[in-house]
Design a protein around this ligand. Structure first.
Ligand code: HEM
Length: 527
């Protein structure tokens, strides 16, 4: 009898314990998915911001998806080659365009159970950012987790003193002298691509989808400039790097939704496995490189420069980069650097195809500054002024990095408002670049000359043009892009003229970056 009752007592206690643990767990989840976000939301609302009504657990994601599908159906039923409009904000982000009309340029919306402060007002942005140093900003935790396989804890994601240390060590690698030494990698890869184009044109196939070609070449250039691999010996790394980007895009559609990753379990597992494979491959490259005496060629890429810098940092008794950190930086350079630059070139070719007068002007400038020869002297690229205006105008109309994210790491005072510690922020670059009140009536026209006299393109707010971000966390690779853009465009314009193919359908959309949904087919002629 006594035995039975102690067994019963034990069972009852175990059940009570399990129930208690379950309660604590459920309570913890409710607290972090419901109570905390709601409290953050209330504090933001107290400032007078409003926004679309969210639903648990998707926030505004369902509405965003619905609006995207509606927009896509509209554009597929309208004539594919109707006017190519540069008025892309309402096409690429129909939900933001609609919410802005109802709630203004600063509003609150929800990704899953995470409230975000959406900002498309440059004056608000300026006031919020003016007193805060680069190191004091955070990146939303919700993105850190999702993008871990791509960027790890590299420069784009790292925060605080660690960001200061890394930026300090990495910056010299991007000096103009070092970047000019990388120009030969760019010429080599671009020439290979263009030889392929010439062969196709000469064999009677003048139509080429340049988007895919340029992204692939830019990937090769970034792999060479980041960690010195050539297409032949680094094919495996390159293929894996590209694969992970597509997989990750599919697996992060439910960002912010509790257990959102499990809604796409196959992609989530694949992204994790690919991330590990890439890390192992890069670790192998880094270990081999750091163990052997650097050859002249190995020294010139970004990894070589960081390894060399590591030695001097070591000798100054400061903390050098660990292999783990070097892996993350190599991945970050590759992912942050190749598609952005490739898309800047792709959108430029679209504009030049429909504005042949600008093709002509740039060709004349190239002849004058660089000459007719095949050899490009990188020291002369800075003198390609008109090409610089064209690049800025394309980055304004089609910014490849269409938005920035931040998370406040302490309360921020903006006039009489308080943006509370922990607030996630979404800064809409596309919206600001297409805002008529900032740029004037011709905001959606392609007019490179607006950058002739003014580096801000005549925008009536200095924070209204920010293709490379701003403040201390401005893009570290912008000078590299400048060189690569000018080299590739110079080579293309020197060899070919081109027009838009009737098969082109204008549908800019977001796949992490802003890209043409159906590629960019152009019709080429050799010069
Ligand atoms: C057209 C080309 C490019 C565009 C439009 C672009 C855009 C941007 C933007 C908007 C940011 C700010 C992100 C933020 O504040 O959250 C950024 C940061 C960054 N970019 Fe770029 N980028 C380009 C090319 C490159 C290249 C070629 C590289 C590398 C080799 C690169 C590496 C980075 C890194 C590492 C950061 C983080 C900097 C930091 O937080 O300290 N980018 N880029």
């Amino acid at each position: 009898m006594a035995l039975i009752s102690s067994l019963q007592l034990f069972t009852a206690l175990s059940l009570a314990m399990a129930a208690f643990l379950l309660l604590v767990m459920v309570g913890g989840l409710v607290f972090s998915w419901w109570v905390l976000p709601y409290l953050a939301y209330r504090k933001l609302k107290a400032n007078g911001f409003s926004g679309p009504k969210p639903n648990f657990p998707f926030g505004n994601l369902s509405d965003m998806k619905k609006q995207m599908v509606k927009k896509m159906n509209q554009s597929s039923t309208s004539s594919a080659l109707s006017i190519i409009s540069n008025d892309i904000h309402s096409t690429a982000f129909p939900y933001f365009a609609q919410w802005q009309k109802l709630h203004g340029k600063v509003l609150i919306y929800w990704l899953g159970t995470e409230p975000f402060l959406y900002i498309a007002d440059p004056e608000f942005l300026k006031q919020m950012f003016s007193d805060i140093k680069g190191k004091s900003w955070g990146k939303p935790n919700v993105f850190k987790n999702d993008r871990e396989p791509m960027f790890g804890n590299g420069l784009l994601m790292v925060e605080g003193e660690d960001w200061v240390r890394r930026r300090h060590v990495i910056t010299p690698a991007f000096s103009p002298a070092n970047l000019k030494a990388l120009a030969s990698f760019m010429v080599e890869s671009a020439t290979n691509m263009l030889d392929g184009w010439a062969a196709r044109i000469n064999s009677g196939h003048p139509e080429i989808d340049v988007e895919r070609e340029i992204i692939s070449t830019a990937g090769e250039i970034m792999a060479k400039t980041s960690f010195g691999i050539s297409y032949k010996n680094g094919r495996k790394v390159l293929e894996k790097l590209r694969e992970i980007q597509i997989t990750l895009f599919k697996s992060t559609r439910y960002v912010g939704v509790p257990f959102g990753k499990f809604l796409n379990p196959k992609e989530t597992i694949k992204a994790k496995a690919l991330g590990k494979e890439i890390d192992d491959l890069l670790r192998l490259i880094i270990t081999e490189r750091s163990n052997k005496p650097p050859s002249e060629k190995a020294e010139r890429d970004l990894l070589g420069l960081l390894l060399a810098e590591n030695k001097t940092v070591d000798s100054r008794k400061k903390r050098a980069f660990t292999t783990r950190e070097l892996v993350d930086e190599c991945k970050t350079f590759f992912f942050a650097g190749h598609e952005t630059t490739a898309l800047a070139l792709t959108w430029t070719l679209l504009q030049l195809a429909i504005h042949p007068e600008w093709q002509k002007q740039l060709r004349e400038e190239i002849k004058e500054v660089i000459g007719d020869g095949e050899i490009i002297d990188a020291t002369k690229l800075g003198r390609l002024k008109k090409m610089g205006w064209v690049m800025n105008e394309v980055l304004r109309l089609y910014p490849p990095g269409p938005n920035m994210q931040r998370q406040a790491r302490h309360d921020i005072q903006v006039d009489n408002l308080v943006i509370p510690n922990g607030t996630n922020m979404w800064i809409d670059i596309v919206s600001m670049h297409h805002d008529e009140s900032l740029w004037g009536k011709d905001v959606n026209e392609f007019k490179p000359e607006r950058f002739k006299e003014d580096i801000y393109g005549g925008c009536n707010h200095k924070v209204g043009f920010l293709p490379f971000g701003f403040g201390g966390r401005m893009c570290i690779g912008r000078n590299l892009t400048n060189i690569e853009y000018k080299i590739v465009l110079t080579l293309i314009l020197s060899k070919f003229s081109f027009t838009l193919s009737p098969n082109y359908s204008h549908a800019p959309s977001i796949m992490l970056s802003l890209r043409p949904t159906h590629g960019l087919p152009l019709i080429f002629k050799t010069l």
